[in-house]
Design a protein around this ligand. Structure first.
Ligand code: FE2
Ligand code: FE2
Length: 288
């Protein structure tokens, strides 16, 4: 039996009352310097790579919205503190705005690239046998302590080198929103871990290890988005919203080691460094 092809990743916009109700959260988005990027400076091949990269980023933000929705449900089921649930509630709307920003950037460089999306794979998988508290922690680790903690320095590093005003402005808007996204998982762990056994912490370490290996596949060049930037001069990369591959890898390694694995271990979750991350790597300059 052949399975049906995955649907295309496409976004739509309703306008009217839906748009009016989301206006507060989108404040400032329409004021960014849209239509200022001169596409004639770049070859069609480079623009195609940028279309793909920004489309993949839009899809990642779409997945981040779904992931925070799943984390919220898990925290409610685990009866997490109400203010912590409130903190995470706005992150779904943040990620929806980021989806729009990345999709509009794809349009700025020539239009969204064809991309298939698996509606069953938007959110990190969690073992259904875990109890409610473990499930919330597992999603907190995969979504926030790993995914969001990783993406903030990468985005900040890209913003620091971005040479096009529009690219810099879009990345700045995203970075400002993202800062608390990577905090909520750590606060959740600090509340929940004293309630969990050593065996639970071992299971959570396995969740972290799987998420870190998936990230490693991304920065080591296995993803379409990473492949897109290979072989291009730094000037072009910085204009269109990439770091150089070396800079990206340096930020990735340092972030995984110092901001993810070490803080998990300090909390009694024995996560492992992915194979390519050396324990004694020299620190990279912090992204401004
Ligand atoms: Fe985001
Ligand atoms: Fe985020």
């Amino acid at each position: 039996m052949t399975s049906a092809p995955l649907p295309c990743f496409e976004l739509s916009w309703l306008g009217g009352p839906a748009e009016a109700h989301v206006a507060e959260h989108r404040r400032g988005v329409d004021d960014l310097p849209w239509n200022t990027l001169d596409r004639s400076r770049f070859s069609p091949d480079v623009l195609d790579r940028a279309r793909l990269a920004w489309t993949v980023s839009a899809h990642q933000e779409w997945c981040a919205a779904a992931s925070f929705a799943a984390l919220l449900r898990a925290m409610l089921e685990a009866r997490a503190p109400l203010d912590l649930i409130g903190m995470a509630s706005r992150f779904v709307a943040d990620e929806v705005v980021h989806t729009e920003l990345n999709a509009r950037m794809a349009a700025e460089v020539g239009g969204g690239a064809p991309l298939r999306t698996d509606p069953e794979a938007l959110v990190p998988e969690v073992d259904p046998d875990l109890d409610a508290l473990e499930r919330a922690c597992a999603l907190g680790i995969a979504v926030s302590c790993v995914g969001e903690t990783f993406s903030l320095p990468v985005l900040a590093g890209t913003r620091a080198v971005a040479s096009e005003p529009l690219v810099k402005a879009v990345l700045h808007r995203i970075v400002v929103d993202e800062a608390p996204h990577g905090r909520v998982g750590w606060i959740l762990l600090d509340w929940a871990l004293p309630r969990l056994s050593a065996a639970s912490r071992e299971r959570l370490a396995e969740v972290a290890d799987r998420a870190l290996l998936a990230l490693e596949r991304e920065w080591s060049g296995a993803s379409d988005a990473t492949l897109a930037e290979h072989g291009l001069p730094a000037e072009t990369l910085h204009a269109l919203g990439w770091m150089t591959p070396d800079a990206y890898r340096r930020v990735a390694h340092n972030t995984v080691r110092d901001r993810i694995v070490e803080p998990l271990r300090r909390r009694g979750v024995p996560a492992s460094l992915p194979p390519s991350v050396a324990p004694g790597l020299s620190p990279a300059p912090a992204p401004s």
